[in-house]
Design a protein around this ligand. Structure first.
Ligand SMILES: Cc1cc2nc3c(=O)[nH]c(=O)nc-3n(C[C@H](O)[C@H](O)[C@H](O)COP(=O)(O)OP(=O)(O)OC[C@H]3O[C@@H](n4cnc5c(N)ncnc54)[C@H](O)[C@@H]3O)c2cc1C
Length: 458
């Protein structure tokens, strides 16, 4: 799609290292994290400043060249890699600066390509923390996390990425700059455009800089891993756990996922679960002494629950490894179809049962592993043994989610993976309005065509 003229022009604008066309070097931008989506990139533009992002987009607009923005390429719905008709990558990997935190309003400004880990480190250097955490922290970028409105393990307490954004700067398809950073914590002047960009998956604007809220670091943190004989038993303790005031995470792994993680880590799980059971990883974080509240909550769960507790940092990280390693463990044995869904939390066990019954009909090669953020009703349904292109089982699972009154995307977005299923849980009216917003900001349809909506021009 990209012309040689455009490449030559962008090379002049971006200078040495700013443009990649050599296939040996573009290859790392071409395949998504799951390995399910792949397409050759004609070129990768790597701007260093907002002005350069603006110039690249203006050039692409003038030549009607579609562009896919890419951050850390840890997205799980195929929205950040090239595809048919869209083979120019706008990589934000050179824009990585993170400001010193401002202690007066507890915030910092990060460029779009800064990793989550670098934001967390900057916050920790002044005794603060960042509200969103996820296992891909070393690679996922601030821009990608805003674009997907990433949730993560502390959503329960701190909300998603949108809740951490005070203000942002982004470039629209015609090259104009939207918003400004730093912004103000309180600012109700008209439509909240930053909020609109959050979760827009690179289809409305390219995020360049973000002003992020920080939080006080907890004085104490404790983690419990709890093994249950059945999924119903695990879900039944959620109401009691929700009563713990300092609760900061409740994560779930079914027994199949736990077994796979054990083999991946070459280790024995710290807790026992029966086949068909599951485990919960529960974290509290708060003032000194809050571990006691976790211990009290665990003490009343009864003898059927196998328990491992960590009250120091190192042991807590070791328990977290059992949850954090689930995506890697699954990808190590195949190319999964990842269906990140929400169902009402109280119905997780019932849903898991229906899901397994549904999968039993999909043939002996299909296996399902489930883990996720239990307190949010957010399950990552991983289907292995299916052809990467065949969506038949995905359609059945997402149909089941819709019948549960759930959402077909809890936190990963729609991308290309779920664009054909959007109407399962969003009304025709909503989708029409979304298309009109896209049309207003990107009338030529050059920003990430094929993501969220099946057709490139809205
Ligand atoms: C091991 C693992 C664990 C994960 N855990 C979680 C989790 O707990 N919660 C969660 O929500 N997600 C999770 N994810 C998914 C992923 O990390 C998030 O979606 C993350 O926000 C993607 O960031 P990225 O920089 O890698 O974006 P990319 O993968 O590069 O891009 C993702 C999307 O954002 C767009 N985009 C990227 N940068 C920009 C930009 N600057 N401006 C505009 N659009 C842009 C892309 O076009 C694409 O549509 C996990 C992924 C992995 C591999």
């Amino acid at each position: 799609v990209a012309s040689a003229d455009l490449a030559a022009h962008l090379a002049r604008i971006l200078g040495p290292g700013g443009l990649i066309t050599d296939q040996a070097l573009t290859s790392s931008y071409e395949t998504d994290w799951t390995g399910r989506w792949h397409h050759r990139a004609a070129l990768v533009a790597r701007p260093r400043t907002t002005e350069e992002v603006s110039t690249v987009l203006r050039e692409c607009r003038q030549t009607s060249t579609p562009v896919v923005p890419q951050g850390g390429n840890t997205g799980l719905v195929g929205g950040g890699v090239p595809r048919e008709g869209c083979d120019v990558v706008l990589g934000l990997g050179l824009m990585t600066s993170v400001s010193r935190p401002d202690l007066t309003d507890m915030s910092l400004v990060a460029e779009a390509g800064a990793s989550l880990a670098s934001v967390q480190a900057a916050a920790a250097s002044v005794g603060l923390e960042f509200g969103v955490d996820l296992a891909a922290r070393d690679t996922a970028t601030v821009g990608g996390m805003v674009a997907t409105n990433a949730g993560g393990t502390h959503f329960l307490r701190n909300g998603a990425m949108r809740e951490q954004v005070i203000a942002l700067e982004a470039v629209t398809a015609d090259g104009s700059v939207l918003g400004a950073v730093p912004g103000l914590s309180k600012d109700n002047t008209g439509y909240d455009l930053a909020s609109l960009v959050c979760g827009s998956e690179g289809t409305l604007a390219v995020v360049t800089r973000v002003h992020l809220r920080l939080l006080p670091s907890p004085e104490e943190r404790a983690v419990a891993l709890l093994g249950f004989p059945t999924v119903s038993d695990a879900i039944a303790v959620l109401p009691a756990l929700r009563g713990v005031p300092e609760l900061s995470a409740v994560e779930f792994l079914d027994s199949h996922a736990l077994r796979l993680v054990a083999s991946h880590l070459r280790s024995t799980p710290p807790v026992r679960t029966a086949d068909g059971g599951g485990c919960l990883l529960v974290e509290v974080a708060g003032p000194s002494g809050c571990s006691e509240n976790l211990l009290d909550a665990v003490a009343v769960l009864g003898s059927g629950v196998d328990t491992a507790i960590a009250t120091d940092h190192l042991s807590a990280r070791r328990l977290w490894r059992w949850r954090d390693s689930a995506p890697d463990a699954i990808s190590a044995v195949g190319t999964p179809h990842k269906l990140d869904v929400t169902v009402p939390p109280g119905r997780i066990a019932e849903f898991e049962g229906d899901l397994r019954a549904l999968l039993a009909h999909a043939g002996p090669q299909a296996t399902v592993l489930v883990f996720g953020h239990a307190a949010d009703g957010n399950l990552h349904v991983n289907l292995l043994g299916l052809s990467p292109q065949d969506d038949t089982v995905d359609a059945e699972v997402l149909g089941l989610v819709a019948r549960y009154g759930g959402s077909i995307s809890a936190e990963h977005g729609i991308g290309v993976a779920k664009r054909d299923f959007l109407s399962l849980t969003r009304s025709a009216r909503d989708i029409d309005l979304m298309r009109r917003i896209k049309q207003a900001l990107d009338p030529a349809g050059i920003l990430n065509p094929g993501v969220i909506f099946a057709s490139s021009i809205p």
